[in-house]
Design a protein around this ligand. Sequence first.
Ligand code: NBP
Length: 484
Amino acid sequence: MTKKNDLAQIGVVGLAVMGSNLARNFARNGNTVAVYNRSPEKTRALISEHGSEGNFIPSETVEDFVASLERPRKAIIMVKAGAATDAVINQLVEAMDEGDIIIDGGNALYTDTIRREKEVAAKGRHFVGAGISGGEEGALNGPSIMPGGPAESWETLGPILESIAAKVDGVPCVTHIGPDGAGHFVKMVHNGIEYADMQVIGEAYQLLRYGAGMEPAEIAETFKEWNSGDLDSYLIEITAEVLAQTDPDTGRPLVDVIVDAAGQKGTGRWTAINGLELGVPVTAIAEAVFARALSSSAQQRQAAQEGELPSGDLPALDVDRAAFIEDVRRALYASKLIAYSQGFDEIKAGSDQFDWNVDPRDLATIWRGGCIIRAKFLDRIREAYDNNADLPALILDPYFKNELAGLIDPWRRVVVAATRLGLPAPVFSSSLSYYDSLRAKRLPAALIQAQRDYFGAHTFHRVDKPGVYHLEWSGDRSLTRTEN
Ligand code: NBP
């Protein structure tokens, strides 16, 4: 515990699971931490259970909390995103002075962060929206942190955030992402990629389980093997553990006693909505969000099962099992590549729209540790952008193109197999369509343009000469050049 007149280098407001773990992480790394929670019981519980882990200064009012901070004061808010965050910001702005820094470490929508930064800056305080990934375990032992806000706040905050971030090869998984909402934007897309990553793992499991007829424990072994290759990642690692787990009550595989309705808190949905708004096809992410929604449509699913929607002929899997397992691994890898490629496209589009200047290499670096999508292949992504900062798409990097050459045939076979087996694989199959759309010399968009011109005189461009054209569909079918 601290001496009476010590001041804290950092403060944490909101001591539910994330806030209390983050406060402990700060304290364990040699920082004196001021802590405050609306209900004082949580503050008292933190001190009584973990007070010996480092230097904490607990307060039961916002005023005492602010007074216990060293200047410029730095306070991280870890409360429920939305109205609670606004309430706490207002209290802190009131109690703080010019130049003090308020950091929102919750999962805020980036547009809220942009608004909040303006409001807080107008009152002479600094505001930093920081995405924090890694869940409760990461918060305690080293998260990946994505701070936005003014560059000058980063100068002050950088060292203290580096002290608690995960480290990979000695490099802390935190860096200044860009101004105002850049940090929360990038965290949103990170979560969108996480949705897609989890879904493709789910689709691989579904195919092995109900296509190849493997038991969860056997699939756990397969995932363990996969984790030592290209797919080496946190999510594959925990999937192997989850599938090996039995239910303490019944002894059955745990995955079999869990209701198959996936929850969501909104960041995946935001990523998909933002992709639609920016016109960036984040199909893998959107399909993953829809897949969760479909899984939770209990009534419809039950009606569809009771009404026994026709399945058509479903022949059993007629290929060599070992070959099928390897094909599924490659299809998973390919679909995952598409998800990341699309996520990086969305970040580039957001960065361009808001003039954030986000460097994709930074993300490939700070996502290597601490966060949920940490994966070995982020090193390859970093190399791809090192080699060409203006890559038109991640999958067009020479290394990934070469990888895809070895993945494409198995990927097609798996999508065909899933279709023939009647097993849903929405991200595997839509990612393949996305890939083939990008490759296509001609898309049916020409036909769509003609249809639009037919019913709405929306005009079209020609492949052979400049200008904008309209055909008199309901008249003499003559062609008019409407613009040069
Ligand atoms: P919760 O999101 O469950 O929020 C609970 C905290 O918010 C408590 O400290 C509660 O105080 C406080 N709070 C509320 Br609710 N309304 C308040 C108000 N009007 N004024 C002041 N405090 C208020 O906590 P969490 O799961 O620890 O997450 C914290 C943040 O971190 C969230 O934004 C979350 O999205 C984000 N996040 C969570 C994870 C994760 O894995 N859980 C991962 C990454 C980011 P009380 O004790 O007085 O009710």
